[in-house]
Design a protein around this ligand. Structure first.
Ligand code: ADP
Ligand code: GLC
Length: 493
């Protein structure tokens, strides 16, 4: 059987462009699929960091004028590091600018996001139709989040395309909504501007294009796949999701072991393995001491050091950390946070750091290298999210022996086993962290109390670390599940 050809369409890819976990997934999943024999390529918008870094770019074709861009060059090159082939849509008028992929550096959404991401979907769909690069036509077109979702609508508008479309929801809260008057800019037949298609409460929804028109819809954990279909988590799209029935499923994200591995991580002061033997414990303690020194925290090896690495948005429930902080400090704990996002949360965390020198350290901003040092040096990582499609930082915590404290929601519920009395009475062989149910300061405070007492028992703590570090969250299993899903989607034509 010939190799399955899969084209991934996405707006971010680690390490070139990253605003969150989407980039980590798009960086790792194609490599894992290739390792299992699939022939995988990416199609990416020509953001400056992408145009500048993709290797060996060769022109495939020129396009335009299209979506307001006069000159567009589609090139094929290779991602640095992984060497995965990637099509780059070089449209300087739409993509050559600073800021983030979605916003200006002052946090304002780009006014032409409809055109910018319609172009991404359009190119992906036309590659799938065999029109732009007849030498490589994918069997499967896999679009990620609203940014690439229009690929599914453009493919549906062109019945001769045989490629099966798969749409993955990484976060339902970001939907790509635009004024209905912009519909003519998309160049789609008018029937696509209906409630059965892109129209969503009087607006145009790119997310809905993926949910409605992809042959299969996936999300990044089994629990979020169920939650998305409920009023509480569906962000108004629960009816659309329910109507897709068994076409919707959840496949848990993995960890890229080439990037996140305490045994090989060149960015941390001492490396350690999952054995948790004496040298490993000494190395982890060195990472902690170095982190405390770097952050100006008291050099106290016995103080449980809690960490947060996160976007600062309401999703992440970090207001609960602020409310639970007095108990954490009373119990002798320390807090180190790395994050950026809402100005109110940034200010509130900066204020608590100023109020508790030596006990609370806060770094506002985005710093990939520091995130590794934080993950290695901390004892526990707090992820008290209100909703969490998968969550990667709790997985990195597990890998680094940094015990996760999470709310029982989405992918957090699927990846962390609570150190309940029951789990502990069974020899604590399964427990990997601390899980609480309600998004309240009281529930988080109770979980933090449990962490502090477990930390005081070195044998128990060591078991928790080892259990987490030896759990297999590699991408291999997820890639196998995606391949099965792709084959099912192709058979269901
Ligand atoms: P989300 O995608 O919702 O932000 P995830 O947990 O899936 O949440 O992924 C977040 C990713 O972004 C992780 O790789 C995490 O380490 C990284 N990250 C988040 N905030 C920061 C930050 N301020 N500095 C460095 N890395 C960060
Ligand atoms: C989203 C979600 C996060 C998930 C990530 C990668 O940003 O918020 O839970 O881990 O995508 O799939």
């Amino acid at each position: 059987m010939s190799e399955l050809k899969v084209l991934h369409a996405a707006a971010e890819v680690f390490p070139l462009v990253k605003t969150g976990g989407l980039a980590d997934v798009v960086g790792a999943l194609p490599q894992a699929l290739r390792a299992q024999g699939a022939d995988v390529r990416l199609v990416l918008p020509g953001l400056p960091a992408i145009v500048d870094a993709v290797l060996h770019q060769k022109t495939v074709c020129t396009l335009g004028p299209l979506f307001g861009a006069g000159r567009i060059t589609l090139r094929l090159g290779q991602l640095p590091y992984s060497h995965v082939p990637a099509y780059v849509i070089d449209a300087p008028y739409l993509y050559r600018r600073g800021g983030s992929p979605y916003q200006s550096s002052t946090g304002v959404e780009w006014a032409d996001n409809l055109q910018r991401f319609a172009l991404l979907g359009w190119v992906a769909a036309h590659l799938a139709a065999g029109e732009l690069d007849p030498t490589w036509v994918p069997d499967v077109l896999h679009a990620h989040d609203w940014h690439a979702a229009m690929a599914c609508a453009y493919t549906a508008a062109h019945p001769p395309t045989t490629a099966a479309t798969v749409f993955t929801v990484h976060n339902l809260a970001y939907q790509g909504l635009f004024p209905p008057g912009d519909f003519p800019l998309l160049g789609l037949p008018s029937r696509f501007m209906s409630a059965q298609a892109l129209e969503f409460h009087g607006q145009l929804s790119f997310m809905k294009a993926g949910l409605k028109f992809a042959r299969r819809v996936t999300t990044v954990s089994p629990t979020y796949a169920v939650e998305m279909a409920t009023h509480e988590f569906g962000c108004g799209l629960e009816g659309v999701i329910r109507s897709r029935g068994s076409d919707v499923s959840g496949i848990l994200n993995g960890v890229d072991g080439a990037v996140w591995n305490p045994a090989t991580d060149a960015g941390i002061i001492a490396r350690y393995t999952a054995e948790c033997a004496e040298p490993d414990r000494i190395a982890k303690a060195r990472c902690k001491s170095a982190l405390q020194a770097e952050l100006g925290l008291c050099d106290d090896p016995r103080a449980p050091l809690f960490s947060v690495v996160s976007r600062l948005t309401p999703q992440k429930g970090l207001d609960l950390v602020l409310a639970a902080l007095p108990g954490l400090l009373q119990g002798g704990g320390q807090l180190a946070l790395q994050g950026a996002g809402e100005p109110g949360l940034e200010a509130a965390f900066s204020a608590v750091a100023a109020a508790h020198p030596g006990r609370v350290a806060v770094r506002i901003g985005y710093d990939e290298a520091f995130a590794h040092r934080l993950m290695a040096g901390a004892d526990a990582i707090l992820v008290p999210s209100r909703f969490e499609p998968c969550g990667l930082t709790q997985l990195y915590g597990l890998r680094y022996g940094t015990v996760p404290v999470v709310r029982r929601v989405g992918g957090l519920a699927d990846t962390v086993v609570d150190a309940s009395d029951h789990a502990l009475s069974q020899g604590s062989s399964r427990a990997t962290g601390f899980v609480f149910d309600h998004a309240t300061a009281a529930a988080l405070s109770l979980a933090i109390e449990r962490v502090i007492s477990a930390y005081a028992e070195p044998g128990l703590w060591c078991d928790l670390m080892r259990n987490g570090m030896t759990r297999d969250f590699s991408w291999t299993g997820a890639a196998r599940q995606y391949l099965g899903l792709y084959r099912g989607a192709l058979e269901s034509t």
